[in-house]
Write a protein of this length. Sequence first.
Length: 250
Amino acid sequence: MTPHETVSKARWTEAMRALVIEEKALTRQRDRVTEQRRALPWVKVDKDYVFQDANGPVTLAELFDGRSQLIVYHFMFGPDWDEGCTGCSLMADHVDGARQHFEHNDVSYVTVSRGPIDKLLAYRARMGWSFRWVSSAGSDFNADYHVSFPNGERGDGVFYNFETRPDPEIDELPGISVFYRAEDGTIYHSYSSYSRGGESFLTVYAYLDIVPKGRNEVRDGQMTDWLKRHDRYEDDGRTGSAAPAMAETA
């Protein structure tokens, strides 16, 4: 860690005042971006997507669970994977505590993956989560929202995060999509975020960003893979399948 100057409380307060000005500017910029996000135009959802949950087939409309707004997390868990992506698992660790609040504010939440429903539910039970998880296997949903790229279909690149990118050499990438259901039953796609856009939902990063070592991802000039699934921190090495960590492309 870079050595830090030790100063008087007065000089520290002066430095903090300068930082607070920057933090306030960032807060105001975030507020402006939030307003722009809510003002985005919408796209009508014309396809009748059908998923699989623990009780059988379920439609996109049914995932709203009687509410008008739906958050979908595109969780990286491919058909042949034995466990979910490490980074997506970190994201999932943040959901249930918040979910009990936003469900009372007309917002439902569901995680969607291409993996078979039995694997998804087994992994959810292992990790101790309780949010709804459905399988999009056999559906165009993941392809239509640009988060799944099966080998052989990637060609010279993929369309991800609203631009064409080189082949990521991986079938699944993360993202979040938001939908609105009108009183007449019409469903609209209002927003999607991919790649590092998901960091705003990771409270653990917010905490790490205020401590001296930060995220501690670079050590001796090299990126480190410190993150593990929460039930694997006691392991000396990786266990299970080699499911990749969440993509960190900018």
